[in-house]
Design a protein around this ligand. Structure first.
Ligand SMILES: [Fe+2]
Length: 379
């Protein structure tokens, strides 16, 4: 990751956003998991992430072990406790495996902390400077929805593999990447009537602006409904849609998530590719399970979205969905939950001009999710 860019170099594209918290991008996403070693192997083998850094007993960490893997700009940290009764154990007990940290890359972690706490953020980590032979990193953190936190990472004076306390992890076992480039957006599920609270948090505390809003008329099927608003920072590098359940005849997927996660948390991580057909072909061959829509979806999709560069047949074979907005079109597909509980999943997205989120696919998609819920007895 380049360290010589400053926030001022980045073009502001969301004009309503405020500038007091310049964010350079997502630094990493940390999941607390039951078995970090095996999770790392899963992300390497199935998803094509590469080994980057390690922390554990061998590096003097007596309490937890972490594996850092990366593909493109997407960096995942997989952390497990080494002893009983700590905060990581409690997180796993309460939520199952899940995202604890959405770390944001900043130029000044101290200022990021001060500016957000001043505006009402609940502190998680006071600014702390950590050093090793590769330089120094400043970290600070605030709470967001549920037990999820944002950690601000200032790494302009650091050249090590990841963070002080980690050693470079160069495992000889390497897998072919699957073409994943960066995190396009990360979605949070929050409880009944909490969507506006958290959108206001991102607006007031972090200076984000609302890009779009979907109500239960946009996002409903015969049985279930949800509402969603998309919040973005000024340069558009950080986009956080926030979902809440809405009344329907049956239990919405957001309620199912909240029940199994025991509260609000990260629902899906959307990762971008430049070639979704290649990426999804690879992922399917490596055993990733995707949601499927009925074949009839493809009978009418081109009437809705118009001409596209790709042949329809491979998209149909792989189950990739298509949507169009004023600026172009997008291709997207969603995995089934990647954890034991029906909580977190991934979206693979290829944008061809479109900056939206696939509204035209919501109905087909949510009906696919309902079929999965039905099989789990949670609809
Ligand atoms: Fe998404």
């Amino acid at each position: 990751m380049s360290t010589n860019k400053t926030p001022q170099d980045l073009e502001k594209i969301v004009s309503e956003a405020e500038d007091f918290l310049p964010l350079l991008g997502t630094d990493y996403v940390e999941l607390y998991v039951g078995n970090a070693k095996q999770s790392a192997y899963y992300y390497q083998t199935a998803w094509g992430f590469q080994p980057v850094a390690y922390s554990g007993l061998e590096t003097g960490n007596q309490d937890s072990t972490s594996y850092v893997v990366q593909q493109g700009k997407i960096r995942l940290v997989l952390t497990s406790p080494l002893k009983q009764d700590g905060p990581i154990n409690k997180h796993i007990n309460d939520h199952g495996d899940g995202v604890k940290v959405v770390a944001l890359w900043v130029d000044d972690a101290t200022k990021s902390f001060e500016e957000t706490v001043k505006r009402g953020a609940k502190p998680f980590l006071e600014p702390v400077t950590e050093e090793d032979e590769h330089g120094k990193v400043v970290r600070s953190g605030i709470h967001t929805y549920g037990e999820t936190v944002h950690i601000f990472i200032e790494r302009k004076n650091y050249k090590g593999a990841f963070l002080p306390g980690f050693k470079a992890w160069d495992k000889p076992y390497k897998t072919q990447d699957t073409g994943l480039k960066y995190i396009d957006h990360m979605v949070g599920n929050v409880g009944w009537n909490e969507m506006n609270t958290w959108c206001e948090f991102y607006a007031n505390v972090m200076g984000f602006a609302q890009l779009v809003s979907f109500d239960d008329k946009d996002i409903s099927t015969e049985y279930t409904a949800l509402m969603s608003k998309v919040m973005s920072n000024g340069n558009g590098r950080i986009k956080f849609p926030i979902n809440e359940p809405a009344e329907g005849r049956k239990k919405s997927q957001i309620e199912e998530y909240i029940d199994f996660y025991n509260g609000a948390g990260v629902q899906h991580i959307a990762v971008a590719t430049d070639n979704i057909i290649e990426t999804v072909t690879q992922l399917q061959q490596r055993g990733i399970d995707f949601l499927t829509v009925p074949a009839t979806y493809y009978d009418t999709v081109l009437d809705r979205v118009g001409e596209i560069d790709e042949d329809l047949q491979p998209l149909k074979d792989l189950g990739i969905l298509i949507d169009r907005d004023d600026e172009g079109y997008l291709l997207q597909i969603f995995t089934k939950p990647v954890l034991d509980r029906p909580t977190m999943f991934f979206e693979i997205i290829q944008r061809k001009g479109a900056q939206s989120f696939g509204k035209g696919n919501f109905k087909a998609l949510f009906e696919a999710i309902e079929r999965e819920q039905e099989s789990r007895g949670t609809l």
